[in-house]
Design a protein around this ligand. Structure first.
Ligand code: 6PG
Length: 242
């Protein structure tokens, strides 16, 4: 049963600064390479900028290996690409070896991209039934999705595969995502969530309300490690209503 820790920050700047301190501490605790699966969407952008500005040299980037928890099935140059966004706001600004970047090849047919990424995870990470990330960073959508496991395809969470092909419920855009078994096999999992439009579902998930069982984000429960919720005050606004 994973232990849950909720950390609330007044604003985004304090949130990303606190998240960097957590990230750096985990890296420093690990002997050898550190594997992290990044989330996509817009929230991580602010954190990537903070890392690029304030942590160019105090993080041993040569031991950090970047993976992604999910990717949109687009070319890296597409504005929708999670890898492309990370490259623009972080990777182009730090001295990290190219071989430490393990992107999902969204430009390939989705099934092929998923197979290739599953092979990469098998070859590059320790595997105990499922690959073991040192850290999986997750966002949460307004609908309670996480990575690219959406409520309308919540059955993908239980896939025995390391990677699944999902589709966005509105646009139909194909996505490649790691499955729930991989997420919950990580040594540490951290949500990074901001904004008032996430607040109601955050409250329902953290207080384990029955309605939350329909949200993939409610299924995150790392078997080995600690689950941290890094929230700004807007996303946390209902948590301590009496
Ligand atoms: C993606 C993400 C997804 C994201 C949430 C939150 O590829 O979109 O991995 O799970 O974390 O949709 O996105 P925002 O940060 O843009 O709200």
């Amino acid at each position: 049963m994973s232990k849950v820790e909720v950390l609330i920050f007044e604003n985004t700047d304090q949130l990303v600064s606190g998240f960097s301190a957590y990230f750096i501490d985990l890296i420093r605790q690990k002997d050898g390479d550190f594997s992290v699966a990044l989330s996509g969407g817009s929230t991580p952008k602010v954190w990537f900028e903070e890392l690029a500005i304030n942590h160019k040299i105090d993080i041993p980037w040569e031991k950090v290996h970047f993976y992604w928890g999910d990717e949109r099935c687009v070319i890296p140059e597409d504005k929708e690409s999670n890898y492309g966004m990370t490259k623009k706001y972080l990777l182009d600004h730090i001295n990290i070896p190219l071989q430490n970047i393990h992107r999902i090849h969204g430009e390939l047919p989705p099934e092929q991209a998923a197979i290739n990424y599953e092979r990469e995870l098998s070859q590059k990470l320790s595997v105990n039934t499922y690959p073991i990330f040192d850290l999986v960073i997750l966002g949460m959508g307004d609908d309670g999705h996480t990575a690219s496991i959406f409520p309308h395809q919540i059955e993908l969470w239980e896939s025995a595969n390391f990677c699944v092909v999902a589709s966005h419920p509105v646009s139909g855009q194909h996505r490649v995502s790691i499955s729930g078994n991989v997420i919950n096999n990580a040594r540490a999992v951290a949500f990074l969530v901001t904004g008032k439009n996430k607040a109601e579902k955050i409250n329902e998930i953290i207080h384990k309300k029955p309605v939350a069982s329909a949200y993939p984000a409610s299924l995150v429960a790392p078997e080995k490690g600690l689950l941290h919720w890094f929230l700004d005050s807007q996303a946390a606004q209902y948590l301590y209503d009496d």
